[in-house]
Design a protein around this ligand. Structure first.
Ligand code: TZP
Ligand code: MG
Length: 227
């Protein structure tokens, strides 16, 4: 009976979109320690929060579970204290352990239906690279999708192929759930992404590789507000 109620309220939340505001924001920050000019993931997250970034994903491919858990624990505290949405990439167990707001998975991870069973009403984001994957993500109940890579990028190893801007435009006109553009997005090309339907922009190297993240974000926001 309690179980039933819990699921009912989850459905209500979904149906009325109460859970959907998390991507009503311009910049989606993602960690990438090797591009961070010697700063740690924690220091980068502190800078992102200072810069007013409202959603942050922890992405770390090189460290042990233990190190990742410890960093996520600290980032959960920082994001909670500042009202920032916290998403963990790949590791469902870590996301659950630190009570992150969400988990982001890829096409090669455990299927989203299974993740949903484990994570309850956590936000689930799924990376997509083409129209079929976007449609499937909606059918399977993803809360948002990643759309990309928009441009070439060397940040991600074995990066997938995508029609980039053309695919983004299609998503912007056809997909009813929130989406975030990703892959090679820079201050120098972000307006092109916006013109192709981009609303929320995920960036790794452009943000974490900037010596002054607060100024970088200000500058990108000035630009985004010009069209
Ligand atoms: N997924 C698709 S492209 C990419 C990820 C994680 C890397 C994005 O990094 P950058 O530095 O913003 O191109
Ligand atoms: Mg992944």
């Amino acid at each position: 009976m309690y179980e039933g109620l819990r699921y009912k309220s989850y459905d209500l939340e979904k149906n009325f979109g109460l859970n959907k505001a998390f991507l009503n924001t311009d910049i989606y920050g993602i960690t990438g320690e090797e591009f961070s000019l010697g700063r740690t993931n924690i220091q980068i997250v502190e800078e992102m929060i200072k810069a007013g970034i409202k959603i942050i994903q922890y992405r770390e491919k090189e460290k042990s579970k233990f190190e990742k858990y410890n960093e996520c624990k600290a980032i959960r505290k920082l994001t909670k204290d500042s009202g920032v949405t916290f998403i963990v990439n790949d590791d469902v167990d870590i996301a659950l352990a630190v009570k992150a707001d969400g988990i982001h998975i890829g096409q090669e991870d455990i299927p989203i239906e299974e993740v949903k069973k484990i994570t309850g009403n956590m936000i689930i984001g799924l990376s997509t690279h083409n129209i079929e994957q976007a449609k499937a993500a909606v059918e399977k109940g993803a809360d948002y999708i990643g759309v990309g890579p928009i441009f070439n990028t060397t940040t991600k190893k074995n990066v997938e192929k995508s029609e980039g801007l053309k695919y983004l435009k299609w998503v912007s006109e056809n997909i009813p759930i929130p989406y975030v553009a990703i892959g090679g997005i820079k201050e120098s090309n972000i307006l092109e992404v916006k013109r192709h339907g981009g609303k929320c922009f995920a960036m790794i190297s452009e943000i974490v590789g900037s010596p002054n993240i607060v100024e970088k974000v200000k500058s990108i926001r000035r630009l985004l507000n010009t069209i």
